[in-house]
Design a protein around this ligand. Structure first.
Ligand code: 5AD
Ligand code: SF4
Length: 442
């Protein structure tokens, strides 16, 4: 029996898929090389934008064709799902399963003998406790929390993933210690809003307290967690995503600056450069506060590379308001930006507002920002020329060419006859492009 997982969306979904793989393999499934050969297909869906939802609807007809040839094929839908799509897609899939119910999947799938080996998975109620089948052996995704309490008016996450739940700190640290022992070089801490992490941390109790069963339960915040992870012995990088500007504390800036393993890269979604739009988005900060935050971060971490998320064409966004986002882009000079065209999401507060900006105008606004981004990234990247820096090799592009990442999350293309995948190496930067750098191995 073979399985195939199709994953849409963010790193959190990718990490969830790694846990789904563990569960399926525990109950006897093996990975299928392609969907055509699979007996079980799991679609891990994303609902953040309609385009991702449409792709799932597109897949359904493909599955039907495979099913016509292979009657035993089972299909499962999971992930970030809106109630409306859940209902619509329910009769197109054999099962629609909640990701938070992952420990119960073996029982639901009822794979006879295999259920027995899957039993140990049923002992946990918490799906994040399931050991992932890591898809990389040098870069690992480690969720520290799930859900979101912020209710930005355009966003489905609080509805699809529910409220914030933080993983206990010891569990996270234990997972990271194991990963470092296995040779992982990069840890991505994941959460919809990592700054609001508040996880249990039970310090080792004194013998007297243990005997009296008296042990205080402590909670630690994100900067404290970063410091504890930074103390894990080994040579590795710590990255995290994503952060909300509204609760980005000085304590966090100090932790980032002081922890040598925390890399100089930050995704800080601005979403808009206009105060009125930010208010309508329920983002709880002003443009001035965002700029001030960037100033503080850059003062403490001068070589920080900043990326952002932007939505163009939010309901009611006038040309003048969009120009304010253009101004923010010109002023901050981001190193990367994920620019999205506003997509109304059923059930969210913004879906009740009139979607006033025509598609063509959204396309234009996206292009305008992309052009500014290209100019800014080229300018920022040129500063790297001549520098000797450490990179982590991530990808083989062709037999002799490789792609690595700097601590600042910049791509570096270089040549080597040796297999250097997953290794830290030093390169001299020789050339800069808007989307990356070229280097020579030292
Ligand atoms: N339309 C467009 N983009 C969206 N995002 C979230 N919801 C929407 C939406 N309804 C973007 C935001 C967020 C990123 C993950 O996706 O910029 O930061
Ligand atoms: Fe969505 Fe806002 Fe929460 Fe991010 S912070 S997941 S954009 S509601």
């Amino acid at each position: 029996m073979q399985y195939r997982i199709i994953t849409f969306g963010c790193q959190m979904n990718k990490s969830d898929s790694e846990r789904i793989a563990t569960v399926l393999e525990k109950i006897g499934y093996k990975p299928a090389p392609a969907i055509n050969g699979a007996d079980l297909i799991v679609v891990n869906m994303c609902s953040v934008r309609q385009s991702a939802v449409d792709r799932v609807y597109g897949l359904v007809s493909k599955f039907q064709k495979i099913k016509n040839k292979k009657s035993g094929l089972k299909t499962i839908l999971t992930g970030c799902l809106l109630r409306k799509d859940k209902k619509k897609l329910a009769n197109r899939f054999d099962l629609v399963l909640d990701i938070a119910n992952l420990p119960k999947w073996p029982k639901i799938l009822d794979v006879n003998s295999a259920v027995i080996s899957g039993r140990e998975l049923l002992n946990t109620e918490d799906y994040l406790k399931i050991q992932p089948k890591y898809s990389s052996n040098f870069s690992a995704l480690v969720p520290i929390m799930t859900g979101c309490n912020n209710f930005c008016t355009y966003c489905v996450v609080p509805y699809t993933r529910g409220r914030e739940i933080s993983r206990p700190a010891e569990e996270i640290i234990c997972e990271i210690k194991k990963l470092i022992k296995r040779g992982h070089k990069e840890i991505w801490l994941l959460g919809q809003n990592v700054n609001s992490y508040k996880g249990r941390f039970n310090p080792v109790a004194k013998k007297r307290d243990r005997l009296n069963k008296r042990q205080d339960i402590k909670f630690i915040n994100f900067p404290q967690l970063l410091r504890k992870i930074n103390d894990v012995p080994g040579n590795f990088w710590i990255r995290f995503t994503s952060s909300h500007p509204k609760d980005f504390s000085d304590e966090l800036i100090n932790a980032m600056a002081n922890c040598e393993k925390v890399t100089e890269y930050l995704n800080l979604p601005a979403q808009s450069g206009d105060n009125e739009i930010l208010k309508k988005m329920n983002r709880s900060y002003t443009v001035a506060q965002y700029k001030n935050l960037v100033k503080k971060i850059r003062k403490k971490i001068p070589n920080i590379s900043l990326s952002t998320d932007i939505i163009v064409g939010f309901p009611g966004e006038t040309k003048k308001q969009f120009e304010n986002t253009v101004n923010l882009f010109k002023e901050i000079k981001f190193d990367m930006a994920y620019i999205a065209k506003y997509s109304p999401r059923p059930g969210t507060a913004a879906a009740k507002m009139e979607d006033t900006v025509p598609q063509k105008e959204k396309d234009r606004r996206e292009k305008v920002l992309t052009e500014i981004l290209k100019e800014n990234t080229l300018e920022n990247n040129k500063k790297y020329i001549g520098k000797e820096i450490e990179i982590l090799v991530e990808n083989q592009k062709s037999p002799n060419s490789w792609l690595g990442k700097t601590r600042t999350h910049k791509n570096v293309l270089f040549e080597s006859k040796k297999n250097l995948l997953g290794k830290f190496i030093r390169v001299k930067i020789t050339d800069a492009h808007p989307w990356g750098l070229k280097g020579k191995i030292l």
